[in-house]
Write a new protein. Structure first.
Length: 322
């Protein structure tokens, strides 16, 4: 995908993400239910927002199209994004809805149940097409979209308009949160629609199964390719990452690390994936780097606030503790 690397040097922004944002309130006590948690750490959250931060930490000019409430948490989101070097020009404000907050419980290594406060509706689901700068989207080398943005209107139509504009440069994250959908079938139908325009699709094995009906990574990747993308990436946690194109099959092992909170690992992976594609790296190098970036965030409590620098990732890959 050398054309993405070529375009990256010429663009004002190298990455735009669209969709979910929130404020994470994660427990500082591990292995206890929320009822017994004494203190929480506040950090920026929301998968597409985390990806924008992850890419910015790796040196790329990033922006996020999202919306917050007219409240203190909304101000916090803007200030946090700016502090990470993410362009905030496309962060809107809903006059009535509140900025979402998210709680979790921490049961390492693999159980982190989430509790979303996005009622009656999250502001980021109220992004409208007239709030898009289609001229900027037309030029950006990578547009990152996510499944949650397809779960309601007007966000769904807005996302479709954006991907039609950026066709050929879209990475779609399946990002399936069952709580946001009436049924898996509805989520699958919307995924199929958006993948017609995507160049790359990425998701974990559960998300790939949602979109394809198969829990077999190879079968799921093949079915994802049939929907339109050139490259399908299936993240398998401790079993590493599988990537398939029509001409190539790549498996990259996971990077072993002590897990604290696995929730932001996939978003760190996403930002690192963008990093590798924009630099023109080969697929093995890109996925190896992305797995390591995800591992670093899994070893930390926060999501956006924990995104690593390139030096930290390379240090881990050299076998030095981060």
């Amino acid at each position: 995908m050398s054309d993405l690397a070529e375009a990256a040097g010429q663009a004002d922004l190298q990455l735009i993400t669209i969709g979910r944002v929130g404020v994470d309130l994660y427990p500082e006590q591990i292995g206890v239910p929320l009822a017994r948690v004494r203190t929480f750490a506040k950090s920026l959250g929301g998968s597409p927002t985390n990806v924008a931060v992850a890419a910015a930490r790796l040196g790329h000019r990033s922006a996020v199209v999202t919306k917050v409430g007219d409240d203190g948490f909304g101000l916090y989101v803007r200030e946090a994004l700016a502090s990470f070097g993410v362009d905030t020009r496309f962060v809107g404000t809903d006059p009535t809805l509140r900025t979402p907050i998210v709680f979790t419980e921490l049961y390492p290594p693999d159980r982190f149940p989430l509790l979303f406060y996005r009622e009656p509706k999250a502001p980021d689901l109220n992004i409208t097409t007239d709030e898009l700068d289609l001229g900027v989207i037309m030029r950006v080398p990578v547009l990152w979209t996510s499944g949650t943005a397809l779960s309601d209107e007007p966000s769904r139509s807005t996302t479709v308009e954006a991907v039609r504009t950026a066709r050929g440069r879209v990475i779609h994250d399946l990002d399936h949160r069952p709580a946001f959908w009436s049924s898996p079938e509805d989520a699958r139908a919307e995924a199929e629609q958006i993948l017609e325009y995507a160049r790359v699709v990425v998701g974990n094995i559960e998300e790939a199964e949602m979109a394809t009906g198969s829990g077999d990574p190879d079968v799921a990747a093949e079915r994802l390719l049939e929907m339109g993308p050139e490259l399908a990436i299936v993240k398998r946690g401790p079993h590493g990452t599988l990537a398939r194109s029509k001409a190539e099959r790549v498996e990259v092992p996971a990077v072993e690390i002590e897990v604290v909170n696995g929730l932001g690992a996939g978003d760190a992976f996403g930002g690192a994936l963008v990093h590798g594609l924009l630099l023109g790296w080969d697929l093995v190098r890109t996925l190896t780097f992305a797995n390591a970036a995800g591992a670093i965030v899994a070893s930390r409590l926060a999501c956006a606030d924990a995104m690593p620098t390139e030096r930290e990732v390379e240090t881990l890959l050299r076998g030095v503790h981060v």
